[in-house]
Design a protein around this ligand. Structure first.
Ligand code: TTP
Ligand code: MG
Length: 407
């Protein structure tokens, strides 16, 4: 197999870096994102200046205050980080379709085969770093290697703003002097166990036999045996698009109240519909699920000719299946659920015959936007009103008793 060229890209002090873009006065200072320094929270992100005081992620904020009294503490603004994260991933996606996001601020990118088109991997890496700096205003560290493991270790070596490439064939040489703690999955505990065996560096580790490592560390030993030799053929795998979307709920008390069942089904359909539209998908199959009080469970599906994506269309099919199930067997119900499958992209055959479909979709999307802003239960439509429970609150209001959800 041709040598692979895999990049691991990780943003530097991500949360703090985003905060610095909107407030440059924070640059060069010890800054901690995590919340009230007197509260019970922990550090989410510490700037490199704060790290110089021994402060790190997951440390209690109180301790961080003790270590650096003049540190600046910020509560954090997650929506900003999420937005920066999607812009970051979009930049990476311009360089290869083989993109595997790992968390909010890191990803693997497989450039194998793209070098003829875009030049050597290191040039792409430099372009990526430049674009992240120009378009988002923050720095990233990049590692390049023939496997995920090598790329990941390399990206961490010269943080912040690092760029390390391990040439093909030089993996072993690169690994040998490193502390074992640099290997993925070697946490403090394994590191300690290894130290007990006289192992400090990856070189020391590679001197041990596989059976010895297996005896001492179980399946982890096997993995480490391979990693110490730079053997890692895990592929960069883009996240799979969901094959189905479903929601179900178990009632606090078994019920045969048909209107209540339908209201709940409507609510679940809205949840499914919202996710479907949010993913830019349409569905051709609706599955309805009912569990009776004796735990007997039925599942009924219906496939439609023209794909759907509105709450109403999902609900209509579901309620038809519910009516039929109830007419066949009247027994207390414990759980109800609805889902869609047969998913396809949004390039929809506009239903020329039914102009109301377009209108309904339009309305659903308007509500989706409001719900994204104010929360799902801020808006109720028609049937789900029945899930409202009137409480004599001081404002004369009500709360919506929403069913607990599972997928
Ligand atoms: P990391 O990439 O682990 O850390 P970082 O980006 O802050 O610093 P660097 O990569 O330069 O070492 O995590 C990315 C973000 O995830 C981080 O900015 C905040 C968040 N995070 C937490 O909220 N809690 C945690 O315990 C960790 C490790 C990260
Ligand atoms: Mg990071």
């Amino acid at each position: 197999m041709a040598q692979r060229r895999i990049l691991h890209v990780d943003l530097d002090a991500f949360f703090v870096s985003v905060e610095r873009v909107r407030n440059p006065e924070l640059c060069g200072k010890p800054v901690i994102v995590g919340g009230d320094p007197n509260g019970r929270g922990v550090v989410a992100c510490a700037s490199y200046e704060a790290r110089a005081y021994g402060i790190h992620a997951a440390m209690p904020l109180k301790k961080a205050t003790r270590l650096c009294q003049h540190a600046i503490f910020l509560r954090g603004s997650f929506s900003l980080y999420r937005e920066a994260s999607s812009r970051f991933m979009a930049i990476l996606a311009d360089f290869s379709p083989l993109l595997e996001p790992l968390g909010i601020d890191e990803a693997y990118l497989d450039l194998t085969g793209f070098e003829l088109l875009y030049g050597p991997a290191i040039e792409s890496a430099m372009k990526i770093k430049r674009r992240i700096k120009d378009e988002i205003g923050i720095t990233a560290s990049v590692g390049i290697g023939s496997s995920k493991m090598i790329a990941k270790i390399a990206s961490d070596l010269e943080k912040p703003d690092g760029l390390v490439e391990v040439a093909s064939g030089r993996e072993q040489e690169f690994l040998v002097p490193l502390a074992v703690g640099k290997l993925p999955w070697v946490g403090p505990k394994t590191e300690q166990a290894l130290r007990g065996m006289g192992v400090k560096t990856v070189g020391d580790l590679s001197a041990l036999t596989e059976s010895m490592l297996k005896t001492r560390l179980g399946s982890m030993g096997e993995v480490l045996y391979r990693y110490a030799r730079g053997i890692d053929d895990r592929e960069v795998t883009p996240p799979q698009a969901a094959k189905s979307i479903s929601r179900e709920t178990t009632f606090d008390k078994d019920t045969l109240d048909v209107e209540f069942l339908k209201a709940t089904l409507r609510y679940l359909s809205e949840r499914v519909g919202a996710e479907l539209r949010d993913n830019g998908r349409r569905a051709r199959c609706v599955t309805f699920k009912l569990r009776y009080s004796d735990f007997d469970t039925i599942s009924r599906s219906r496939t439609v000719k023209e794909s759907i994506n509105t709450d109403g269309a999902i609900f209509d099919i579901g309620v038809g299946l519910l009516d039929r199930a109830l007419s066949q067997r009247r027994q207390l119900v414990r759980l109800i659920g609805i889902g869609v499958s047969g998913l396809a992209g949004e390039e929809r055959q506009l239903s020329l015959l039914d102009p109301t479909v377009g209108r309904e979709e339009h309305l659903d999307r308007a509500i989706d936007r409001l719900r994204q802003k104010y929360g799902f239960t801020a808006i109720q439509r028609g049937r789900t009103m029945q899930l409202r429970q009137v409480f004599p609150t001081e404002q004369g209001g009500y709360t919506l008793s929403t069913p607990s959800l599972s997928r």
